[in-house]
Design a binder for this molecule. Structure first.
Ligand SMILES: Cc1ncc(COP(=O)(O)O)c(C=O)c1O
Length: 318
């Protein structure tokens, strides 16, 4: 376990390094169980996860991933896991018991359609963790490290997670992930509990430190906030122009455009015209541009999306 080189949150002091987001999730799940085990509470092993969540494709991470398409072929997975409906804070209170090791949640579900957690539900997560001691794992693999205009998106929600998983942006293309660990959990973990041969290798950690310095000390975070606002304004005007757009969601440079139709045709046509976006949750066009994108590049991309949306409904219904 290493102390963080750049302080990006007062809650997080230590990290365990890996190569991917799924390994980061995996480590967080392990450390949550390890915490209760060290405290001598051996039956506090369950997890509560959120409908439409995605945490990765290794066995533990898959177990707290909602989509059955990913999970079913590999059953039986890790258990017990209870999935709760984020529109129902009551279902969260009902699901958490003295057998729950941790709640794992993405502040904005990315793969699940760029869906922010409803405020009442995210407040309920903080409340239930405070009242029961249940650990909170914030899955920030997609939302974290500047993507939404915050170092971590949990900061916008007032969460105090015990564990945080990060990946994707951390290496800016070099494969690296990390499980970030609060002091109280770090004290319950021993050397050898977790590790991997090339975790924390020189190339990956150098890339990660460079990225963190760019983000926190050389203006990248401010840049994301500024171009993220620009992207939001452009998407909102697009929604006023195209009735096929049902909703625009997200924050910073993580945006979802939900359509009234399947998004495949829009994504395919956009790619043909030079704009890379992807389809998630069937009807959602997801935009996750590089954090270094400029306002002019956003304008060029939105112009392509505008033209594609004008062309697509007719084709989809043909
Ligand atoms: C929220 C979230 N968690 C975990 C993962 C898994 O990360 P990786 O693909 O690096 O294993 C992803 C990947 O998309 C993700 O979006």
């Amino acid at each position: 376990m290493m102390k963080m080189p750049v302080v990006i949150s007062a809650f997080i002091r230590y990290g365990s390094r890996s190569h991917s987001g799924t390994e980061a999730s995996e480590a967080c799940l392990k450390f949550a169980r390890r915490y209760w085990h060290t405290l001598g509470i051996k039956d506090r092993t369950g997890f509560v996860a959120i409908e439409n969540a995605f945490a990765g494709r290794t066995m533990g991470a898959l177990s707290v991933t909602w989509d059955e398409h990913y999970r079913t072929p590999f059953a039986p997975l890790l258990g017990p896991v209870t999935f709760v409906d984020p529109n129902s804070p009551e279902s969260l209170y009902a699901a958490v018991s003295d057998k729950t090791a941790a709640i794992i949640a993405e502040p904005i579900r990315g793969e699940g359609g760029v869906r922010p957690l409803p405020r009442a539900f995210s407040d309920a997560i903080a409340d239930v963790c405070r009242r029961t001691g249940t650990l909170l794992i914030a899955d920030e693999v997609q939302t974290g490290l500047g993507r939404t205009g915050h170092p971590f998106h949990f900061q916008a929600l007032g969460w105090e997670p015990a564990l945080v998983s990060v990946g994707k942006a951390l290496g800016s293309g070099v494969p690296v992930g990390a499980a970030l660990v609060s002091e109280k959990v770090a004290q319950t973990i021993s050397t050898g509990d977790h590790g991997t041969t090339y975790g924390g290798n020189l190339l990956a950690t150098r890339a990660a430190s460079f990225f963190l310095e760019e983000l926190m000390e050389r203006g990248l975070l401010d840049h994301v906030r500024s171009v993220g606002d620009h992207l939001e304004r452009r998407l909102r005007s697009l929604a006023l122009k195209h009735p096929v757009i049902v909703e625009v969601r997200g924050a910073g440079l993580m945006r979802g455009v939900e359509l009234g139709v399947d998004a495949t045709a829009v994504v395919d046509l956009a790619r043909e015209r030079g704009l890379l976006v992807n389809r998630t949750n069937e009807k959602v066009v997801r935009l996750l541009p590089p954090l270094t994108i400029t306002a002019a590049e956003i304008d060029a991309g939105i112009d392509i999306l505008d033209a594609v949306l004008a062309a697509v409904p007719a084709e989809v219904h043909a």
